[in-house]
Every structure is written in C-alpha cells, then in structure tokens.
Design a protein. Structure first.
Length: 227
C-alpha cells in the first residue's frame, strides 16, 4: 500500500470502476493523494501489478464483513456417536435410535459403534445384523456414508443426513399431526371444517419411501415368528 509498493509501473483503477491505465508509481501515488485516498496493490502478480485507489479503512471493513457473511453461510457438520453392544436391550436401542434421529435432523452425521467383548467375538454375525437393523431404521432420513467396517473388537458404520428424505419426513410428520388434531377434535364433538388442499398428503413424502421405523421389540417378535 502507498509507499510500500515496489513496482515502478502499475495499472491503476479508481474504486468504483474507472480505469486510469498504466501509470508511473509516483504519478499513481500523487493521484491517490489528490483524492485523499490510498493506493492499494490488489493484484501483485499481474504485469504490471494492478492497484486500486480507495479508502484503506473502507476496504478493511468490507473484507471483514465478507468474512463474517462467509462464516454464517458455512455449514459445520459434526459426527456424533452412539455406542451399542450385540446384546443391547430393546429399550436402550430405542433410546439410542431416538438420539441418532435427533442428530441427523439437526444436520449431523452419526457414527454407529458396536463393540464386541469376550465370547461375543465368536458370533460377530449377530453384531452385523444389529448394525444393519439400525441402518435400516434410520434409512427414512439418512444415507450410508461409510459401509460397515471392522476394527479390532469394534464394528462401525457412518450415516449422513439426506436432505431430500428429511424434507419428506418432516412434511409427512406435519401431515400426520394434522390428522391427529382432526381426529382428536372430532372425538371431542368439535365440528371440523371440510378438508382443503392443505390437508392433502404431501407430494414429496409420497415420492420417497419412508416407512415408520418399527420398534426393536416388534422386529424381534416378527423375526421369531418367521423363524
């Protein structure tokens, strides 16, 4: 900036877009002083270097403002973890799934860890089956980012939020809430207005196959029945 510029010739632009062309550095500095502004080198690698005549304080403010805006737009995705064992009880599994859904709906990825201990290592297929059940139960709002992988006594997978599925999921939940409200009102004897277009099943939800997750207990019962 100003006297710190080493080039003998520079291409000069006035803030606002007016091009003054290639000038001797002394003339460029003089022009900046006449306007009560600074001569700032903005493209040092150009031949000749490009300089802009502008207010240095204004440039610092604008750059700071742009940096703040960029940080606001930046999406920070973190990876949350849920821990399981091959013999995790159904009620514990439901709690872990609830937390996983909360993380995914908040935009975070979820790493599902399943750890074997002792004799459980002899029946690793049970752990794999449980892991795949969890993945299936989270499928309505997520997609598998890292396939199941074994590291030592640990088996894990990573699922990431799927924007399209989450949108359909939220629309479906909103629609179901409306139906519940209508049913509750009718049961209480309240006259409910005739349904309009806003009560129709969401189109996006109908395009995405997102069945309600079965409870771990129910799935266990069905598996036993099939066997």
């Amino acid at each position: 900036m100003n006297d710190g510029i080493r080039a003998q010739e520079v291409r000069v632009v006035i803030d606002g877009g007016e091009m003054l062309g290639v000038m001797n550095i002394r003339d460029a500095l003089e022009k900046a002083r006449e306007l009560g502004l600074d001569l700032i080198e903005v493209a040092p690698n150009a031949k000749p270097p490009t300089c802009k005549i502008m207010d240095y304080g204004k440039m610092k403010y604008e750059n700071k403002k742009k940096a703040v805006e960029a940080r606001k737009k930046q999406t920070i995705v973190s990876v949350k973890e849920i821990q399981m064992r091959p013999r995790t009880e159904d009620h514990d599994l439901e709690t872990k799934l609830k937390n996983a859904r909360k993380f995914l709906l908040s935009g975070d990825k979820v790493k599902v860890n399943l750890r074997f201990s002792g004799r459980e290592m002899a029946h690793q297929e049970l752990g794999y089956e449980l892991l795949m059940r969890v993945v299936k139960m989270l499928d309505e709002i997520s997609t598998v980012e890292a396939a199941p992988k074994k590291e030592g006594r640990q088996l894990f997978t990573i699922v990431a939020p799927d924007a399209k599925k989450i949108k359909a999921y939220k629309e479906l939940k909103k629609y179901e809430a409306k139906l519940d409200e209508r049913a509750a009102a009718e049961a209480a004897g309240v006259v409910v207005p005739k349904a309009d277009d806003s009560d129709a099943a969401p189109e996006e939800a109908s395009k995405v196959e997102a069945p309600k997750a079965k409870t771990a207990k129910k799935e266990t019962e069905e598996t036993s029945a099939d066997a």
